[in-house]
Design a protein around this ligand. Sequence first.
Ligand SMILES: *[C@@H]1O[C@H](CO)[C@@H](O)[C@H](O)[C@H]1NC(C)=O
Length: 426
Amino acid sequence: MMGGRREGPLMRNPSHSSAKSRILMAVAIGISLGCVFAFLYPHGFFSYSAPAFHSRRSQIVSTKCESSERLNELKTEYRIASEKNAELIQQVKELTEKLRLAEQGKDHAQKQVEALGGPFGTVKGLRTNPTVIPDESVNPRLAKILENIAVQREVIVALANWNVKDSLEVWFASIKRVGIPNYLVVALDDKIAEFCESNDVPVYKRDSDKAIDSIGRTGTNHAVSGLKFRILREFLQLGYSVLLSDVDIVYLQNPFNYLYRDSDVESMTDGHNNMTAYGFDDVFDEPPMGWARYAHTMRIWVFNSGFFYIRPTIPSIELLDRVAGHLAREPKSWDQAVFNEELFFPSHPGYEGLHASRRTMDFYLFMNSKVLFKTVRKNARLSKLKPVIIHINYHPNKLERMKAVVEFYVNGNQDALKGFPDGSDW
Ligand SMILES: *[C@@H]1O[C@H](CO)[C@@H](O)[C@H](O)[C@H]1NC(C)=O
């Protein structure tokens, strides 16, 4: 149940898998080259091309005018050939990915068939999508950093600029206190990068020439949120699972001991009890409809886009792309609402929904500040339980409440949470 660290077969043995993928790549290149030559030169490569080149060359010397014409022709042919070459490389890449997916799919399919042979009620659909092949060329510098700090190809990632310096300080102090080694701050300005360095906090400073990063230096909270999804994509492409973290969060235990890792996205919730956190049937009543007055609706409080674990899979990357694209099209929308819409809305006419698997984290372990201040602090039993993290997402006086959480849970000051109102005072 909780705490079991499970990984896919590819993650367990990266060196073995990369050797395997190299062999697959070589086989795929061979096959594809064969196919392409068979297609372009059905009568054999040499018999077809050699005379053509020979006759062309003898013509080139005939007149000056003709030769420049020939030169142009050759240039065109060369261009077409290079285009074909690029296309071919792309096809080989796609083929390799397909082969790998097919191999994994075979494995899954086998398991499914086996499950079908079992007793009634033991059949289970797939949740865990295969991970992508890591591509270091996406960002070699980041790949180096992650090689050093990630544990089992997992890492906590937070974006920060100078505006959130005070929260960040409490954030990384709590992470250090718990002894979590695999975390990284993506610094959006120089000052915060220096601040991290001077505090021995692993930091990754984005290249300043990247256009999207001007948002990071000057942006509002919401603009930074859009940037977040673009930056995250690189981590996934490099083959890492990311536990994305806002900085208004206090860590009380190591979250990696409490993940299930069975879904593309595993997220904390804005819900505050079993129903709101995990979903319920909200019955809508329309008395004029008489016999059919009750319409059943599905409801769930949104996933919190400030704390979620995302595995490096195709649906995960598609999610990030969709959210980033959606935010670019509608800059005024709220990134958390967009994140949830993309994750949950089903396909319908004119719309193709995302097929990503999802898991809601335990709302007492990954606790939002409404649960803490409305319920837990007033309940003798619940207030004795130690959460994994507490996210001050529901309150504006973040720093104060973060410090109070540390006082209460770390220093054992039983009164530390008492002075605060349930909500904000406006
Ligand atoms: C909420 O769900 C948990 C787990 O299913 C259960 O143990 C608990 O009793 C439920 N709480 C309430 C108030 O229903």
